[in-house]
Ligand binder design. Structure first.
Ligand code: DC
Length: 224
């Protein structure tokens, strides 16, 4: 019998630091990385580029099923994201793209369309998967499920710094509102809402450094 490829699922709300922690943990373990939010972001972008309304469930799901995307990782740790032949690395991170992603992510047929694509990332030696439903839906048998949280205020501040560092023009008040709206949409949707798996380990990163959070997750991995 072959041993299943291990998956470390890291779920949590916007700005909880999932992306950063998932990247660090994957690098430390030499595992692959799935940024599942990017798939929803790319779906929203592909729809918008074709003039499809984001609430047109059938048309958006069709786009999700035929997404032509590529994630290129480079030796220096940088990554480029392609939508067909367009480099969308920068655009994919915009707040407006995140809001669109949250809208299309509430469409059951879109989630269904992206399921197998996400599972295809489970390759040896292992996978660190970050998102909202990695532990509850996509990788239900993951040996380690982490639910990462942080206070809404801290999450808004982190997002603000992240976007400012990228040279984007943002306001903290607007970001806080966006985060609250997004939390509500992601938690209240009928399909795969944001919630911890019953067997998830909770980790509140408020006031903790990236190093401390990464260390805790790696300690949990070592216990497996
Ligand atoms: O993590 P992120 O900000 O890139 O995610 C963008 C949106 O996609 C987020 O508002 C919710 C949605 N999402 C989801 O519903 N399920 C996932 N596994 C990942 C993201």
């Amino acid at each position: 019998m072959t041993t299943p490829v291990p998956v470390i699922a890291i779920d949590g709300p916007s700005g909880s630091g999932k992306g950063t922690i998932a990247r660090r943990v994957a690098a430390a373990l030499g595992y692959h990385l799935l940024d599942s939010g990017a798939l929803y972001r790319l779906t929203a972008m592909a729809a918008a580029k074709r003039g499809v309304q984001l609430d047109d469930a059938e048309a958006v799901a069709k786009i999700a099923r035929c997404l032509d995307i590529r994630f290129d990782s480079h030796a220096d740790g940088s990554e480029r994201i392609w939508l067909a032949d367009e480099d969308v690395t920068h655009e994919v991170r915009k707040e407006s793209t995140g809001a669109g992603a949250s809208t299309v992510a509430a469409i059951p047929a879109v989630r269904e369309a992206l399921l197998e694509r996400q599972r295809a990332f489970q390759k040896a030696p292992g996978l660190v998967a970050d998102g909202r439903d990695m532990g509850t839906h996509v990788f239900t048998t993951a040996p380690l499920k982490v639910f990462l949280t942080a206070s809404a205020e801290e999450r808004a501040k982190r997002r603000y710094k992240q976007l400012k560092d990228k040279g984007m023009d943002v306001s903290l008040a607007a970001l806080s509102r966006d985060i609250e709206d997004r939390d509500r949409r992601d938690s209240e949707r009928s399909v795969a809402p944001l919630k911890p798996a019953t067997d998830a380990r909770m980790l509140d990163s408020s006031g903790l450094s990236i190093e401390a959070v990464t260390k805790t997750v790696l300690e949990w991995v070592a216990e497996l």
